[in-house]
Ligand binder design. Sequence first.
Ligand code: CU
Length: 550
Amino acid sequence: MSGRRRDFLKTMGALACAALPGRAFPDLGTAPSAGARPPDMCAANGVSTSLFIPGPQGLFGRLAPGGAPLAMRAAAVDGGGPWTLGFHVEHRGARYVNPTLVLQRGEPVNIALANALQQPTSMHWHGLAVATRNDGSMIPPVEPGKGYDYAFDVRDRGSLYWYHPHPHGFTAGQVHGGMFGLIEVEDDDERALRGALDLMPGRSEIALLLQDRRSAGYAANDTDRMHGWLGDHVLVNGAVCPHLDVATRIYRFRVLNASNARTYLLGLRSADGKSVPFTLIGTDAGLLAAPRRCEQAFLASAERIDILVDLSDAAIGDSVVLETRAFDPMHMESSMDAAPAAVDHEAMGHAMPPPAPAGSAQPAVDHAAMGHGGAFPEGAPKGLLQLRVRERIAYVAAVPARLSTIAPIAVSQAAERPLRLGFAKGRWRINDRVFAMSETPIAVQRNTVETWLIRNYFNSMPHAMHLHGFHFQVVGRETSPAQVAALKVDEAGRLATDLGWKDTVLVWPGESVRIAIDFTLPFAGEQTYVFHCHNLEHEDGGMMLGVKVT
Ligand SMILES: [Cu+2]
């Protein structure tokens, strides 16, 4: 191992998330620092859009049905920002596109979907534990001109979930076209947190929806099907690097990666180039037991993180940028150790490499030639959202030391199921198989616990593996690549983002990730679900297996 690599690992190690000390947040970095002020990544050209925050109607408008039935029409969208497709809803005189569904745990949901597209579609309630008939995956899709009634109770923990279509072979294009929305499930833990920090949705608690796109629209070719669809720009709530004017207080950001394929390495940076820590409070399926202080975290397709950013010590005029940082995307490479030329470790080894000016990301690798993203390669740094401190307010609040209770799944009696992710004969596969609607190669007994050992080949890509129907816990990670191992927080090799309940987990090349699943089911009769890669091009290409619970 070269000296450069050791330095790199040492620096990265310092970036792993830590348990919260008594004083959660350092000063914001308002002290003068050596070196030039780096360019403002979000407004290099002096122009910046303000962050779109959904209102009580319209695009992503907040809708609390309170058990009332809703009619959702999948159709073309006019004036949907960058998107051309969406789910239209009218409710109590208000019109919505892709409404943010605000649901209480225990609440019944009744949604009649009408398909006004030219393609089959379906609705998948990503992260919600529903019966097969409501899951949108292992039942025939809704054909053009037809409809389907979804009816279920919300049984899940409070968290940010989302909905999107799941018709096999059509999912990627429909999601990229704009067919997705957020689901906020509220429960007692949620209410306690909001009370403790005086959080108000839409003001101090804001959902951020990341999606990378290409200006020319969606048309996946063979390279895209291999690597996943990577856009040439990233939208945050529909705009490129918008700004949000903020006050001196704690903000909560609930971040969804709605990108077809792109992984982000999220962090915050002050205007003078310093990393600003955030507090990780939740993952896919709800709050962590305790908050963790983090410098950065990976977020793969379909994953969510729930974070707090403390601006209470900031000065008027300060700004902080939410960014994605440089990392090795590891597409069809053996491993970081075996491919020393693939990444400029020296540049990455700096605690905070200077941000690239907007529109001038400089890839350390010729990613375009390698097929994973031309104008904006995966793993290239980019500013995503600028927070501009504009108002000083009196705000005193402490992040609760306990956020929730997470009982570990008991795995001592669990059977282990090996699952291998790989590429053969032109297709991404799980256990050498590709998806067939009529097949359920994974058969489990209800009311049992299994561990799944998900092993990714060295010569592979990261795969964001999603299980329908059940949340799971990450038990451990082995043989993680260096840039992942550097973020581990325990002896099992887990990352801070592995500590909560999950529905999607990123498995890097050469890595083995063990997850625990309790197949206790509240639904009578045999149920079938799917386990698949949430890189949507991989999913549509068949990197998915049926799961039968008998
Ligand atoms: Cu994949």
